[in-house]
Design a protein. Structure first.
Length: 276
């Protein structure tokens, strides 16, 4: 028997009718399903009429769990990885499994479907040509820097937020960029689905009347170039990060200029001056 395959299976983010035919078939055919919450996934399988072995795999799983699952794959078993809702790996604890599987040469296959971030940007009415996904903001001492970065992107920025942190994050965004257009998506694909649109300050004021429950998706319009004061040090800091990734000077200048919305010549001149 050859090696098994690892399937990354997307599941509905709310509406069960969004489950694809292929995803349901894969969940029925694999040897076991690695789930973030086995109880939650058991309900989904029950609705699908699927009976299969469930194995827990979440952020608190011991490191050996990924090894155990990969050993099963190496032995020839097929395994499906699912999260509680949406696409696994995206702001999700499944990454250690896919990394180890890749290191062992296991074939990893995508079974695409619902993804909250993509669903949100399509209904946000904000620029979707380019966007940045920041996921959940940290709650530790790195939060201030994460907020600075999130509000400085020149493209639409997508954030996930829990109901317990929503108003805090809304207040922080309203303080940093009160006039910036944004959208707040609630309960996407569910009965009480709603998208709130307005400036950060307007939505903060409205949020006092919201019945906050479930996870939210916040989308912030990109920072206008004219309101951004970008220091030489900020430019050089990003340039050094890009150079460390192996980019050449002209590639660094192009990428940094696009991200920070500054002139490419300015970035290149700073790089050359630092090398002298």
């Amino acid at each position: 028997m050859g090696q098994g395959r690892l399937y990354i299976v997307s599941t509905p983010i709310g509406n069960l009718e969004d489950m694809t035919v292929r995803a349901a078939r894969i969940l029925d055919e694999v040897d076991c399903i690695a789930a973030e919450d086995t109880r939650h996934t058991a309900q989904l399988l029950n609705n699908l009429g699927v009976k299969n072995q469930l194995v827990s795999f979440h952020e608190h799983s011991r490191p050996e769990r990924a090894r155990e699952l990969v050993d099963r794959l190496l032995a020839g078993e097929d395994i499906a990885l699912v999260t509680d809702a949406g696409t696994p790996i995206i702001s999700d604890p499944g990454e250690p499994l896919t990394k180890l599987a890749a290191e062992e040469g296991i074939e990893i296959l995508s079974v695409p479907g619902p993804c909250a971030a993509i669903a949100a940007i399509t209904v946000s009415a904000l620029d979707a040509g380019k966007f940045v996904f920041e996921g959940f903001l940290p709650r530790d001492k790195t939060r201030a820097e994460a907020l600075r970065r999130a509000t400085a992107h020149p493209y639409t920025t997508i954030l996930y937020e829990s109901p317990h942190q929503l108003l805090r994050t809304m207040a922080e965004l309203a303080e940093i960029c009160p006039d910036r257009p944004m959208a707040v998506c609630k309960e996407l694909t569910k009965i009480h689905e709603h998208v709130f649109r307005g400036t950060a300050a307007e939505l903060l004021q409205q949020s006092a009347a919201w019945e906050v429950r479930g996870e939210y998706i916040l989308l912030l319009a990109g920072a206008p170039a004219e309101v951004r004061e970008v220091s030489d040090e900020e430019i050089l800091r990003l340039a050094r990060e890009l150079a460390a990734q192996g980019l050449r000077s002209r590639e660094v200048a192009r990428e940094a200029a696009e991200r920070l919305r500054v002139g490419r010549n300015r970035v290149y001149s700073l790089l050359m001056a630092e090398k002298e």
